[in-house]
Write a protein that binds this ligand. Structure first.
Ligand code: ADP
Ligand code: ADP
Length: 228
C-alpha cells in the first residue's frame, strides 16, 4: 500500500530530514510513528500525501508513484489519502456540515450522495446533532472528530494523522483513538505520528521509531520507547 525505498529529503536550508528511509506498510495496517522532536516524523508523514517531495528515492502509495507524479495530479492522490492534523484545520466560516461536504464537492459527487455520506460520517464520529454548528462552537475533541469525518468522507484507503491528540486531554484523546481504531477495523490503513506514550503502550500497533531521519526501530505491537 505504502512503499518507501531509500528516501532522502533535504530542505532548502540544508537540513536532511529523511536520511535513507525504507519501509513497507500493507493495506489495513495501523502504524505509529514515534521519535524525538525534530527527528523527521512530520517530514516522513508529509511525503506520504505529497505535502513534501522527496529529494531522492522511491515512494509509492497504492497505484501512485509520488516521485514521477505531477503537482496537478496531487488532488487525485488526496482522494485516497485523508489527513488529520493536530490543530484540526477546519474552515471557520463554514458549518460542520459544510466543512465535510466541501471535501466531497471538490471531487464532484452529486448532492444527494453528499448529504447521505456527510450524515453517515457524522454518525460514525457521534456528532450528527452538531451538523449546523460552527467550529468555534465546538470543543477541541469535537473539532477533531469533525476533522476525522472530513478526512474519511471520500473513503480514502489511507488515513494520515499528525499528532491528532496533541492538543487534547487524556479522556478526549482516548475517544479520538477509539474512532481511529474503528476506522482502521473497517479496512483503512492508518499512519499516525504521536508523542502520546500512553496511547502507544496501551493500544498496541506497529511502531516505527524515527531518529535523525532514519527508521531506528520497526516493531509490531511495540512500546513507545521514550521518556514520556
Ligand atoms: P518531527 O516531526 O519529528 O519533529 P520534522 O520532520 O518536523 O520532525 O523535522 C525534521 C527536521 O527538518 C528538523 O530539523 C526540522 O527543523 C527540519 N524541517 C522541517 N520542516 C522544514 C522546512 N519546511 N524547512 C526546513 N527545515 C525543516
Ligand atoms: P514540536 O514537535 O512542535 O517541537 P513537541 O515535541 O514538544 O513539539 O510536542 C508536540 C505535541 O505533542 C505538543 O502538542 C505536546 O503537547 C505533545 N506532547 C509532547 N510530549 C508529549 C507526551 N509525552 N505525551 C503527550 N503529549 C505530548
Amino acid at each position: 500500500m505504502i512503499e518507501m525505498l531509500n528516501v532522502y529529503k533535504k530542505y532548502p536550508n540544508g537540513i536532511t530530514a529523511a536520511n535513507g528511509l525504507s519501509v513497507r506498510i500493507e493495506q489495513g495496517e495501523f502504524v505509529y510513528v514515534v521519535g524525538p522532536s525534530g527527528a523527521g516524523k512530520s517530514t516522513f508523514i508529509k511525503m506520504i500525501y505529497r505535502e513534501e517531495r522527496a529529494s531522492k528515492g522511491t515512494i509509492k502509495v497504492g497505484d501512485f508513484d509520488l516521485i514521477t507524479m505531477r503537482d496537478k495530479q496531487v488532488p487525485y492522490l488526496r482522494r485516497h489519502v485523508g489527513v488529520v492534523f493536530q490543530d484540526y484545520k477546519l474552515l471557520p466560516r463554514l458549518t460542520v456540515y459544510e466543512n465535510i461536504a466541501y471535501a466531497m464537492e471538490v471531487v464532484e459527487k452529486n448532492p444527494r450522495m453528499i448529504k447521505k455520506r456527510v450524515l453517515e460520517v457524522l454518525d460514525l464520529v457521534g456528532l450528527k446533532h452538531k451538523v449546523r454548528m460552527f467550529p468555534t462552537e465546538l470543543s477541541g475533541g469535537e473539532q477533531q472528530r469533525i476533522s476525522i469525518a472530513r478526512a474519511i468522507v471520500n473513503m480514502p484507503r489511507v488515513l494520515i494523522a499528525d499528532e491528532p491528540t496533541g492538543n487534547l486531554d487524556p479522556d478526549t484523546s482516548w475517544e479520538i483513538m477509539n474512532i481511529l481504531d474503528e476506522i482502521n477495523r473497517q479496512g483503512t490503513t492508518i499512519v499516525m505520528a504521536t508523542h502520546n506514550s500512553q496511547i502507544v503502550n496501551v493500544m498496541k500497533h506497529r511502531v516505527l521509531a524515527v531518529e535523525n531521519g532514519r527508521i531506528v526501530r520497526d516493531e509490531l505491537g511495540g512500546d513507545y520507547g521514550y521518556e514520556g
